[in-house]
Write a protein of this length. Structure first.
Length: 169
C-alpha cells in the first residue's frame, strides 16, 4: 500500500522464498483479522442506529489497524523478484487507508455525497488491491481473509472498512 523502492529490510528475512514470505505476511494479516471483524460489526451497528460519530470513529479505527498491518508487511523483505509487486500492494493499501479516512470525515459530517464518492473510490481500490494480493498468492491477506479497509457498506452508501460487507476503504 506504500510506494517503496523495495519492501522493507533489516528484518533478517532477506533470503525468504516466496512461500515463506507469504506465510510470514499471512501470519501478520491473521493478527488483525479478529479486530477488523469486530470493528466492522461496530461500524455497521453504529450506522444502523444513526450514530454517525461512532461509525466514523469505528472506520478510523479500522484504518489505523490496516495501517499498522501495512507497516508490518512493509518491514518484511520480499524476494527480490517480488519487491515491485509488494511495493504496489503496499501503495494501494495506503490509498485505501486515505480513502477510508476521507469516508470517515464524510460520515462524521453527514455528507452523503462524499460518503458515496469515497465508497465508490474505495471499492475500485479494493478491487485493484485484492487482484494484486490474490494474484501474488496471499491467503489471509487476500480477499478470502478480508482484513483491511475498502468501499461502501449496506444500503446507506456509507463507507466501511473491510471489504466483505459490500465494499470497504
Amino acid at each position: 500500500m506504500l510506494a517503496l523502492g523495495g519492501c522493507g529490510g533489516g528484518s533478517g528475512d532477506d533470503d525468504l522464498s516466496k512461500d515463506d514470505f507469504i506465510a510470514k505476511a499471512d501470519a501478520i494479516c491473521a493478527q488483525y483479522a479478529p479486530d477488523s471483524t469486530t470493528l466492522e460489526q461496530k461500524f455497521n451497528q453504529s450506522l444502523k442506529s444513526s450514530d454517525l460519530e461512532s461509525a466514523a470513529q469505528d472506520f478510523e479505527d479500522q484504518a489505523s489497524d490496516f495501517t499498522a498491518m501495512l507497516d508490518q508487511l512493509e518491514a518484511l523483505t520480499a524476494p527480490v523478484v517480488d519487491q515491485t509487486t509488494m511495493s504496489q500492494i503496499i501503495a494501494l493499501g495506503r490509498q485505501r487507508v486515505d480513502t477510508a479516512k476521507q469516508a470517515a470525515d464524510a460520515i462524521a459530517s453527514g455528507d452523503k455525497d462524499a460518503m458515496i464518492a469515497a465508497g465508490k473510490k474505495g471499492s475500485v481500490l479494493a478491487g485493484q488491491y485484492y487482484q494484486l494480493v490474490d494474484g501474488f498468492g496471499f491467503r489471509t491477506c487476500g480477499s478470502s481473509g478480508s482484513t483491511g479497509t475498502t468501499g461502501s457498506t449496506g444500503t446507506t452508501g456509507a463507507t466501511g472498512t473491510t471489504g466483505d460487507t459490500a465494499t470497504t476503504p
